[in-house]
Design a protein around this ligand. Structure first.
Ligand code: LLP
Length: 421
């Protein structure tokens, strides 16, 4: 459930008509609903209410400071994967002891930043990284809580570019070698082994891969405890999918996911951390765009809109589907016809959807790409020198610009021409 619905013939974000946002901020623009974010975060908390837990929002899915502040104030922890994300989480007011640091290639500079600023736990992805963190922490006189990310060799049954739990993927250390790696971690200075970390992929629409991975983590917990390690936390990653098509079977709910966690690792007495991103913010956002032209093509009509692949990369990158809806509510029974919805960027890949069934559309009409709150704005670029897409947060009947659209001057000011040219 989200808070983007038609009221009095217009698509609204909570109580704000999207036409109002388009008029004041212009298009394209991402629009997020605070109520939806709050609701989705609450569902994960509820799903883990049976145990000690921390829901660490995956900052990579949407790193706007206002979004992080909203979630942080609700008690969320943060899962960060770079120095930049760490800085964002801290700037949004999230204390270091609620931040976990993941990512395959943390640099020494990034790890230093986390140690200096405070960190709940570093999720180690390889032995060289483990040794680098140990040397750094020891040199700083610090002891860093760590978990080792294990690769359980489980097929997440999702898009290959976002599956991370198979042995051929670059993530984590093979679960079969875990005992050896934990033995080294325990012997190294500057590290305190506290848990196990796993993340098998994103946009999972089936609970069985989670069940398989978490069952392996449960076995490993018992093995490591028998070896004398104090495993008190399990970081079970993110990945629960969302419905991208309203006409499709919905993926499992957070409460059902929480049940799988309980059934697989619930008897171990560990504090549970999870790192959902998409499920919290995906359906809390839309990308609002305006039709520039309706163009008659050969055997098809194109809807040329002012959003493009640089603003929302997922369709071009993963062949992802985002439902496209008109902002003006179509009359009941109004005829629809197919449009290829495309952006103005000079690549054929700049196609959002072929054959989208829409009512009669004209230049100037507004449309919304649904389910665009996660991996939308964060993956945007200025390709074709299109200024970075702005973001707006709605709460009830008011809204605020939470990232302004840069002017051309601001965009150009980041470049400089050397004096010798
Ligand atoms: N934890 C780790 C270690 C991750 O790598 C990820 C996502 C998450 C948590 C959050 O997963 P989520 O709950 O959002 O599924 N750009 C792609 C998605 C990449 C996901 C990468 N890792 C997309 O647009 O679909």
């Amino acid at each position: 459930m989200d808070h983007f619905n038609y009221h009095r013939g217009e698509l609204c974000a909570e109580d704000v008509p999207l036409t109002r946002i388009a008029a004041q901020v212009g298009t394209p623009v991402y629009v997020y609903s605070a109520a939806t974010l709050t609701r989705h975060f609450g569902l994960f908390r509820q799903a883990l209410a049976w145990t000690d837990h921390l829901v660490c929002f995956a900052v990579k899915s949407n790193s706007n400071l206002a979004v992080l502040k909203l979630l942080g104030d609700l008690g969320a922890g943060m899962d960060v994967v770079s120095g930049g994300e760490y800085a964002r989480a801290r700037a949004a007011g999230v204390p270091g002891d609620r931040i976990v640091f993941s990512g395959v290639g943390k640099t020494v500079a990034e790890m230093r930043m986390a140690i200096e600023g405070g960190i709940r736990q570093v999720n180690l992805e390889s032995e060289p990284e483990m040794r680098a963190l140990s040397a750094l922490a020891a040199s700083m006189g610090a002891v860093v809580p760590v978990a080792v990310r294990v690769n359980p060799d489980v097929d997440a049954r999702t898009h290959e570019k976002i599956a991370t739990g198979k042995s051929e993927n670059k993530f984590g250390i093979p679960i079969a070698r875990a005992a050896e790696v934990y033995a080294e971690a325990a012997a190294l200075p500057g590290l305190q082994v506290v848990g196990i970390d796993v993340h098998i992929g994103s946009q999972l629409t089936d609970l069985e891969p989670f069940r398989a991975a978490y069952a392996k983590v449960a076995d490993l917990t018992r093995t490591l405890r028998a070896d004398g390690h104090a495993i008190s936390r399990l970081d079970l990653g993110g990945g629960l999918g969302i419905p991208y098509r309203r006409d499709n079977n919905a993926p499992p709910l957070p409460i059902e996911y929480g049940q799988v966690i309980r059934e697989t690792v619930g008897d171990l007495g560990c504090e549970i951390e999870i790192e959902p991103g998409r499920n919290i913010v995906g359906n809390a956002g839309v990308l609002l765009s305006q039709v520039i032209y309706v163009k008659q093509g050969e055997g098809r009509d194109f809807l040329i809109v002012d959003a493009a692949m640089n603003d929302l990369a997922r369709p071009a990158m993963y062949g992802a589907h985002h439902d496209i809806v008109p902002v003006a509510e179509p009359a009941v029974g109004a005829p629809v016809r197919p449009f290829d919805v495309v952006g103005p960027v000079c690549e054929s890949g700049d196609t959002f959807q072929k054959g989208a069934e829409l009512p009669q559309m004209a230049a100037g009409d507004l449309i919304a790409f649904r389910s665009a709150g996660a991996y939308g704005a964060v993956m945007a670029s200025e390709y074709n020198s299109r200024p970075l897409v702005p973001e707006v947060l709605v709460s009830g009947d008011h809204f605020a610009v939470i990232r302004a659209r840069p002017t051309f001057e601001e965009m150009l000011a980041r470049d400089s021409i050397p004096e010798w040219l």
